[in-house]
Design a protein around this ligand. Structure first.
Ligand SMILES: NC(=O)c1ccc[n+]([C@@H]2O[C@H](COP(=O)([O-])OP(=O)(O)OC[C@H]3O[C@@H](n4cnc5c(N)ncnc54)[C@H](O)[C@@H]3O)[C@@H](O)[C@H]2O)c1
Length: 326
């Protein structure tokens, strides 16, 4: 890899953790600096657990830091000799943005502005950053292609993710910073997020509690296994782009009822379903068109929903003792 000092924001988060671990394991010459404020959007003990695993690598340095605080960010990072930023830290989650829109502006808008300002101040010429399938809004034009018009977000989360792509465009235009935006599609896997459906379904089915099934089960998501997403992020790091946006999905939408059926099969337990209407801000179906990612990133997702869920449920059962306490 051509980079030797990589900053990963959100390194104690789900995707940041997997990316940092993969780099530390496979590129021994690379130093990774992780930044996270370990906030309590979900139980920070899970973030600490991930972070402790990363801290066991000699080439990992963790900085406890809120990147929405510009002065603190610049002060802590100005002497670190960074040559790449992978910006994965954010306030995630569509539903929470209905309850608390302010934290999205703070962490995603101001936070991302600060990250691009950091790149400008420190002469870092490349930023790879997380966007989201949610930018496609309620579009019925499926599968979603990167060049589709995305000016009708239906949640504040989606609006901030689209802002991030626009901020990236400005910094590319004004300062020549190379910016690669990755629109992730419902990522799942080991050490995942407790606020997401697959985690909640697995936990509640195992403990015989009801699960909330939105839109009466008539929902489909392009579920993407985390190791596939990581290969896409690594390719975005290693290939040279100026300003690009890529879908990183599986290319195969799965109905919610099918996900529940598979989790029932792998846990050996029946779900108690609590059917509910579609939640405000939610999209009925996501589906990534992968033509561009396949062509330019050589992206080729490998893990089927059956294989991915089997791995996730196995991991969950093996770690049940501490996971159920989160
Ligand atoms: N997981 C998915 O399915 C998915 C889908 C689409 C997009 N994304 C995007 O991918 C990125 C990673 O998502 P994730 O699933 O790993 O989420 P996550 O919540 O597990 O990780 C985000 C991390 O960022 C940290 N963070 C947030 N605000 C911060 C701040 N101001 N300063 C420092 N740290 C801060 C959090 O503490 C957290 O550890 C996010 O940008 C998210 O919006 C994720």
């Amino acid at each position: 890899m051509e980079y030797s000092n990589i900053l990963i924001t959100g390194s104690a988060g789900f995707i940041g953790f997997h990316l940092a671990k993969t780099i530390l394991e496979n590129y021994k010459e690379v130093r990774v600096i992780g930044v996270d404020n370990l906030n309590n959007y979900y139980n920070p003990r899970l973030k600490e657990k991930r972070n402790n695993i990363l801290k066991s690598y000699a080439n990992y340095t963790f900085l406890y830091l809120d990147f929405s605080n510009w002065n603190a960010l610049l002060k802590k990072l100005r002497n670190k000799d960074l040559d790449l930023i992978v910006h994965l830290g954010a306030q995630a989650g569509v539903r929470h943005s209905i309850k608390n829109p302010w934290v999205y502006i703070q962490n995603n808008d101001l936070g991302t502005l600060n990250i691009f300002e950091l790149a400008r101040h420190l002469n870092i010429d490349k930023v790879v950053y997380a966007s989201s399938s949610s930018v496609y809004g309620g579009s019925r034009k499926i599968p979603f292609k990167e060049h589709h018009k995305v000016d009708k977000p239906i949640s504040l989360y989606a609006a901030t993710k689209r802002h991030n792509e626009l901020i990236a465009n400005v910094y590319h235009h004004l300062y020549g910073i190379n910016a690669v935006g990755l629109r992730f599609f419902t990522v799942y896997g080991e050490f995942g997020r407790p606020d997401m459906a697959i985690w909640k379904f697995t936990k509640n089915i195992l403990t015989r509690k009801p699960i909330d099934v939105y839109n009466y089960g008539r929902m489909a998501r392009d579920f993407t296994y985390v190791s596939d997403v990581i290969t896409g992020v690594l390719s975005a790091i290693e290939k040279n782009f100026k300003y690009e946006i890529f879908n990183l999905g599986n290319g195969n939408p799965i109905e919610l009822e099918e996900v529940i059926r598979l989790i029932e099969a792998y846990t050996g337990k029946k779900a108690i379903k609590n059917y509910l209407p579609l939640q405000p801000g939610d999209i009925e179906k996501t589906w990534a068109d992968l033509t561009k990612s396949k062509k330019l990133l050589s992206y080729a997702p490998k893990v089927s929903i059956e294989e991915g869920l089997k791995r996730f449920v196995t991991w969950f059962k093996e770690n049940k003792a501490w996971l159920l306490k989160l």
